[in-house]
Design a binder for this molecule. Structure first.
Ligand code: AMP
Length: 508
């Protein structure tokens, strides 16, 4: 048994939830007491006689499930910093995360051993299997102060190598508490996790909020549309959180199902109390289609690795399609112009965020950390506008806000319009450099079925919806858009494809 209570709020709260089910995975059901016991063993194994890991980084690659959480909590309880590694990464990427974080220990389960054991051996880093750490002999565990570093998550850099975003225990607690309050999490909730566990969405919004609340988190190793639908259909799930591409895949699976199954799936959705979308812009067409299928108006929210969640449509009250609502509890948000001045409502500005959930620093990058803040506000690099009192995201300032012929246009707005075209299944708009226009509006599209589309007919069609300077002057038809593990389109890769193809017609 554990020799003393923990001062980590998440762990301390687990003591109150005792015999409730915390995690369900392919191996079975595990209570909060199981989690406390297993994580204390992991902590003891990691400490191996020491008193405190003193913020040493422990990188781990474990299939999502009970063991993943036990390892995460064990590292925390030993005083270490968790560095969750992404599944299915090439060796060079894993090496980068391990080297950059200067991890002192690697923990992996059997499927990850071939990937990590050689990396540990090459570097002389301590390597421990999941089974080994779970079998640790319980020992005295240290008190962990809330301002200590707790987690490093790597953000997908667009222009540079990924940066390690450092959150303290206090940051993580603030991120969790804000969502638990806004979305009214309770011990009666049950959520299914199928998102990757190297990203804030899965780690904080799903797993940590559930475990904070005494709820149950069912963990699937990966996303599969029909498996997820089956799980919704079998009942008991109350909350659902996903990225837009997952909703698109669930819609496709629903469309492919028999009429009887469709009816059963739609009926089962009525039992859920909340379905959330985030981490990328939710196309209004997806929101509408999902509403037809499930009866739910998806709650769209906006967040980022550096800040947790910042803006959210309301749990109760009107959810505005295409908007991300208002600031979450204890999160301050403002929109500023190029010189840091506050912009008037109705004028686009860069989102700045302040509050206890905002991260501490980029790991080992004091210059990048300094540049990311302005007078205590974190500069998100996203542009938004307030319309009728709610925020609408216009995109990444440097990527999605195109400057064409002296106009500033939002790629997200153009994408929203192009998706209305009957032949367009998916699309991504980027700016490509142009001597005359500054940037040209360029679109990559994936078409429905055997449909065909050329630039002239797309432009002719889009004239009804978009001002002339927003019309694409380059078009590339792709089989699939390049996306990352979170389902987000990788805009620099799309811009490179468009530039390479340069399929536009001169003079347009
Ligand atoms: P990440 O740190 O990987 O979670 O990525 C955060 C970025 O995702 C933000 O800076 C936004 O550009 C984007 N993002 C997150 N939520 C939304 C949303 N609801 N709408 C549009 N973009 C979003």
């Amino acid at each position: 048994m554990i020799s003393r209570t923990s001062h980590l709020p998440l762990v301390a709260l687990a003591g109150r939830h005792g015999e409730r089910t915390a995690v369900v995975d392919a191996q079975g059901s595990f209570t909060y007491n199981d989690l406390l016991d297993a994580s204390s063993r992991v902590a003891a194994a990691l400490l191996s006689g020491r008193e405190n890991l003193d913020e040493e980084r422990v990188a781990f690659l474990v299939t999502p499930g009970f063991a993943w959480v036990a390892v995460q909590w064990g590292i925390w309880r030993a005083g270490g910093v968790v560095v969750p590694l992404p599944l299915n990464s090439p060796r060079s990427e894993l090496e980068y995360f391990i080297d950059d974080s200067k991890a002192s220990t690697l923990v992996y389960d059997a499927p990850a051993e071939t990937a990590l054991a050689p990396i540990a051996a090459d570097r002389g880093i301590r390597a421990l299997s999941c089974d080994q750490v779970l079998a640790g002999e319980p020992a005295e565990l240290p008190d962990i102060a809330s301002e200590r570093r707790a987690m490093i998550l790597y953000t997908s850099g667009t222009t540079s190598r990924p940066k390690g975003v450092v959150a303290t225990h206090a940051n993580i607690t603030a991120q969790i508490m804000s969502l638990v309050e806004a979305w009214e999490w309770s011990a009666d909730d049950r959520i299914v996790l199928f998102l990757p566990l190297h990203h804030v969405h899965g780690i904080i919004n799903v797993v940590s909020c559930a475990l904070w609340s005494g709820a149950t988190c069912e963990m699937m190793p990966r996303f599969d549309a029909n498996t997820v639908w089956d799980r919704i259909a079998s009942g008991g799930v109350t909350l659902f959180m996903a990225v837009p591409t997952i909703y698109v895949k669930l819609i496709a699976a629903w469309d492919a199902a028999s009429p009887e199954r469709r009816a059963a799936l739609s009926k089962a959705c009525a039992k859920l109390r909340l379905m959330v979308s985030g981490s990328a812009a939710l196309p209004v067409s997806t929101l509408e289609r999902w509403k037809e299928i499930s009866g739910h108006t998806l709650l769209e929210r906006y967040g980022m690795t550096e800040i947790g969640m910042a803006l959210s449509n309301p749990l109760r009250g009107e959810r505005v399609p295409g908007s991300v609502g208002k600031p979450l509890p204890r999160v301050e948000v403002q929109l500023v112009g190029e010189n840091g001045e506050l912009v008037a409502p109705g004028t686009p500005g860069e989102i700045e965020v302040r509050g206890p959930s905002v991260f501490a620093e980029y790991w080992g990058k004091p210059d990048a950390t300094r540049d990311a803040f302005r007078e205590g506000w974190f500069r998100t690099g996203d542009t938004a506008i307030i319309e009728n009192g709610v925020y609408r995201i216009l995109g990444r300032t440097n990527i999605d806000i195109l400057k064409t012929g002296g106009h500033k246009v939002s790629a997200l707005e153009i994408e929203e319009a192009l998706r209305e075209h009957p032949a367009v299944a998916e699309c991504a708009v980027v700016g490509i450099p142009d001597p005359e226009w500054g940037e040209r509006v360029a679109a990559a599209v994936v078409l429905k079925g055997d449909d065909a589309l050329d630039l002239q007919s797309l432009r002719a069609w889009a004239r009804e919806l978009l001002a002339p300077h927003k019309l694409p002057s380059r078009l590339l038809v792709l089989d699939a858009l390049p996306r990352n593990a979170m389902g987000k389109t990788v805009k620099p890769a799309i811009a490179a494809l468009l530039q390479a193809a340069d399929g536009g017609e001169p003079g347009v």
